[in-house]
Design a protein around this ligand. Structure first.
Ligand SMILES: Cc1cc2nc3c(=O)[nH]c(=O)nc-3n(C[C@H](O)[C@H](O)[C@H](O)COP(=O)(O)OP(=O)(O)OC[C@H]3O[C@@H](n4cnc5c(N)ncnc54)[C@H](O)[C@@H]3O)c2cc1C
Length: 385
């Protein structure tokens, strides 16, 4: 389909990602997701060879040197197969490379692009979800170390990770200061398969989003060298990264909704009732048409938001809008897809149940739909946060 954003280079990247998704990711997802298993190392190595962990890493550091748009394009394709795969991609692509020493930063970016520096993000806590400024985990300076105490919830990939970016509170806000004042984002280096001394991780039994194990963390006097970390603006960088994360989540939602649509189209053709294929019943044809139109509208908004970020327009609430529209769309579309599959949709024999479970998460994580609406309404009404 012609689209002003889709240059020949982007179409090529998209076609390649589609091939990788359908031939290499989908079979692995079909096998491992129903068993709740993690994305295997062999698949991570394949994705690294394609450069997907370094799409946004500059070429001089071994990345593809591309923008948010290309990142979203690849994300949609991979999510069509397994949403957890681009979620892992987001834990590389320059994430956890914000150190002050230029040589060290260059080394981390190189490792990030190669898929050898994949992290975990520990912001949420049992008492701090939508209200990120409510983080209570304490970071206290002790000589040349930070000492961390508290709890974290929903930290995905933490055991396998090479590092953790952890948001903690160094001090309480002064009267009149923003509630986020005193928060710091710390980089905790670790060996994959291990945890720092004083940190324990308990897996959370989720209903979907398999492929990445999610944990609740407890921190008792965890010591982190001061020198490894950025000072001052690390939390601001985390917040800035949320705009890209919102576009990325919108692309994930579009991808898995497309999976549900494509599988439904096949099912309507193959399944017969009343001596006719389901595809001949107008009610079902119309449902399929509505699904396709819904997906295309969400994709258009996602492209627009990605383009805005690539061209330096950080002022609008387009990332929130596309996150809201695409994820709510994915819930509707995957729900309809399950209906079109009848009883077979309600089994693990068909992929539609995976799309349906994963879609349900997209309106919750990376800022809930209510939080996106709050941001959009604040912008419309000129309210300061
Ligand atoms: C599977 C999974 C993976 C995750 N991965 C990570 C991760 O890797 N790292 C990480 O740090 N976090 C992660 N999260 C956390 C995720 O970002 C939070 O779940 C999300 O921000 C919502 O917070 P909450 O669950 O505490 O819900 P709450 O904030 O308690 O919200 C409950 C309900 O209240 C609504 N609500 C809250 N405040 C308001 C308000 N002001 N106005 C209107 N409605 C409101 C919400 O929209 C929601 O409907 C993950 C979560 C899940 C479920």
């Amino acid at each position: 389909m012609t689209n002003i954003y889709l240059t020949p280079e982007r179409l090529e990247l998209q076609a390649r990602a589609r091939e990788v998704a359908m031939t290499e990711v989908l079979p692995v997802a079909d096998k491992l997701d129903p068993r709740g298993e993690d994305i295997p190392d062999t698949l991570i190595e394949r994705l690294a060879a394609e450069g997907y962990f370094g799409i946004r890493v500059p070429t001089e550091h071994g990345g593809l040197g591309l923008g948010v748009f290309e990142y979203a394009l690849v994300t949609e394709e991979l999510s069509r197969a397994w949403m957890s795969v681009p979620s892992l991609m987001a834990r590389a692509n320059g994430f956890g490379c914000q150190v002050t020493d230029p040589e060290r930063r260059a080394e981390l970016l190189r490792r990030s692009a190669r898929g050898e520096w994949i992290g975990a993000f520990a912001a949420s806590e049992p008492g701090a979800g939508s209200d990120l400024a409510g983080v209570a985990c304490r970071a206290k300076r002790d000589g040349d170390h930070w000492v961390l105490n508290g709890e974290k919830r929903w930290t995905g990939n933490v055991v396998r990770a090479h590092f953790i970016v952890l948001v903690a509170r160094e001090r309480d806000p002064e009267p009149g200061e923003h509630r986020a004042a005193g928060l710091v984002a710390l980089l905790i280096e670790k060996e994959p398969g291990t945890l720092p001394e004083g940190m324990t991780a308990t897996p959370i039994d989720k209903i979907g989003y398999h492929g990445i194990t999610t944990y609740q963390l407890r921190l008792d006097d965890v010591r982190v060298p001061l020198a490894a970390n950025t000072e001052g603006n690390a939390f601001a960088e985390v917040v800035q990264g949320l705009n890209v994360a919102r576009v990325h989540t919108a692309a994930r939602a579009v991808g898995l909704a497309r999976g549900a649509l494509e599988d439904s189209r096949e099912y309507l053709r193959e399944r017969r009732q009343f001596d006719r294929p389901l595809a001949s019943f107008q009610a079902l044809r119309f449902a399929l048409a509505d699904m396709a139109a819904d997906i295309e509208a969400a994709r258009a908004l996602t492209y627009q938001a990605a383009h805005a970020l690539d061209t330096g327009d950080e002022t609008a609430t387009l990332p929130s809008m596309c996150k809201l529209v695409a994820t709510e769309m994915a819930v509707r579309v995957t729900n309809q897809a399950m209906q079109l599959h009848g009883g077979n949709g309600y089994t693990t024999e068909r992929r539609v149940e995976r799309y349906w479970r994963d879609a349900r998460l997209t309106t919750i994580f990376e800022g809930t739909s209510e939080i996106q609406r709050t941001l959009i309404a604040d912008d419309l009404l000129g309210r300061k946060r």
